[in-house]
Design a protein around this ligand. Structure first.
Ligand code: GLA
Length: 406
């Protein structure tokens, strides 16, 4: 069977009949006028299957783009004005190209993502167009499915199209990553922007974050489905806690280089190296480093299981990843621990883990096809009894990368 071309829609994939693109076009027409017709792009959100918090330590991660994401409609202007609207956010932002600085203005809130991309575009191409844009999505916001990377990537592909700059997809992903780290201020790795920009339908992306190389790993016909369990707990520590972990990993790397051996990134060390530096690392950095090197082993085992059709092995790697992310990396929360552990009690579940940064948001479970409702009922019952609220559930599929919607 031939794989669909990168970025092309997977025929018959659920989610392909979304009502959002028409709503985005309508809103654009209301706000800015219908003609000339704006250009519309879609970019997907992502699930990270395995490789928790490894990207900024140079490790391997394996996300896939989901069949939900963000739509961006846009039209250039020649008067230096930028106007941004969203179907899901109250705040409308009107600004001017000469008012944009190299750091996000907190008053711009969600619009910091497209403005960050716009700013990086200006640096890369020397072009500084005025533009009208409207965004809308069918992805739950701020839940760990990378709605922010989807906004960035949709903006980048849209601007590239409007300006005719023909920047390749990997370069656009890097540009979006710079928007996030330099303009928005989250010191994240490259995973989310690469996943959104480069994934193919029905494939996961095995990404080597130390050099940004990657390969597409087939996901179809593997004998499982992916159930997303959204705790709906807001990710309150997502920015501050995240940047703390980035700092801790940089410090652990510095100590390992000094005391054990000089390797270029933290994920390259072994468990024996981390043990050798245990005293110098101290309790917290030891746990962080132990997670990173152990997660690299789990990624290898999980990917091998996936490639050879051993779903149990893949699932066990996910469950081990969650435990380490919770105990050693300390980015889980009681809600995420509950949904993953209750899911794993079911005979239909191969493994489960939080996805994304953690601190709230979503977890995933690898389940036997067709068993979602049974697993959901069980998790829902125990979750409501313990927290008095209800999680949301979705079975998501490996959709494609960004695409122009006509
Ligand atoms: C967030 C970041 C990513 C990655 C994950 C954790 O999604 O944006 O770069 O670090 O958390 O794996």
């Amino acid at each position: 069977m031939t794989d669909p071309a990168p970025g092309s829609p997977a025929p018959g994939e659920p989610g392909s009949g979304s009502a959002v693109p028409a709503r985005v076009q309508d809103r654009f027409a209301q706000e800015f006028g219908a003609t000339p017709r704006p250009v519309l792009w879609f970019a997907p959100g992502r699930i990270n299957l395995i490789g928790a918090h490894l990207d900024y330590s140079g490790g391997d991660v394996m996300p896939l783009a989901v069949d939900l994401g963000v739509y961006a409609a846009g039209r250039l202007r020649d008067d230096g004005v930028i106007r941004l609207r969203s179907l899901d956010q109250q705040l409308a932002v009107d600004t001017r190209v000469d008012a944009i600085r190299d750091r996000r203005d907190p008053a711009h809130d969600w619009a910091g993502y497209p403005l960050g991309v716009w700013q990086e575009f200006r640096e890369w191409t020397g072009l500084a167009p005025g533009v009208d844009m409207v965004f809308g999505g069918d992805l739950p916001m701020a839940s760990g499915l990378s709605s922010s990377a989807a906004i960035e990537v949709a903006t980048a592909f849209l601007l590239d199209d409007l300006l005719g700059t023909e920047i390749d997809a990997r370069e656009l992903a890097l540009l979006c990553h710079r928007a996030e780290t330099r303009y928005v201020g989250l010191q994240c790795g490259i995973m989310d922007q690469f996943a959104s920009a480069l994934c193919r339908p029905r494939h996961a992306l095995l990404l080597h974050c130390h050099d940004g190389t990657y390969e597409h790993v087939a996901m179809h016909g593997r004998g499982f489905e992916i159930l997303v369990m959204d705790t709906r707990r807001p990710r309150t520590l997502a920015t501050s806690g995240f940047n703390d972990r980035v700092r801790e990993c940089a410090e652990a790397h510095r100590i390992l280089r000094r005391d054990v051996r000089d390797l270029p990134y933290l994920a390259a060390y072994s468990q024996a190296d981390v043990e050798a530096a245990r005293g110098a690392l101290g309790a917290t950095l030891y746990k962080r480093a132990r997670h990173v090197v152990g997660e690299m082993v789990r990624v290898r085992s999980g990917v091998a299981g996936l490639r050879t059709g051993r779903v149990e092995q893949f699932g066990a790697a996910l469950t081990g990843s969650h435990r380490s992310t919770s105990v050693d990396y300390e980015v889980s929360c009681p809600e995420l621990d509950l949904v993953t552990s209750v899911a794993c009690e079911s005979e239909h579940v191969f493994g489960a883990r939080l996805t994304g940064a953690g601190f709230g948001g979503c977890a995933i479970a690898l389940i036997e096809p067709g068993t979602a409702q049974q697993v959901e009922r069980r998790v829902d019952r125990e979750f409501s009894a313990r927290f008095g609220t209800r999680p949301a559930f979705m079975v998501l599929h490996a959709g494609g990368g960004p695409r122009r919607v006509d």
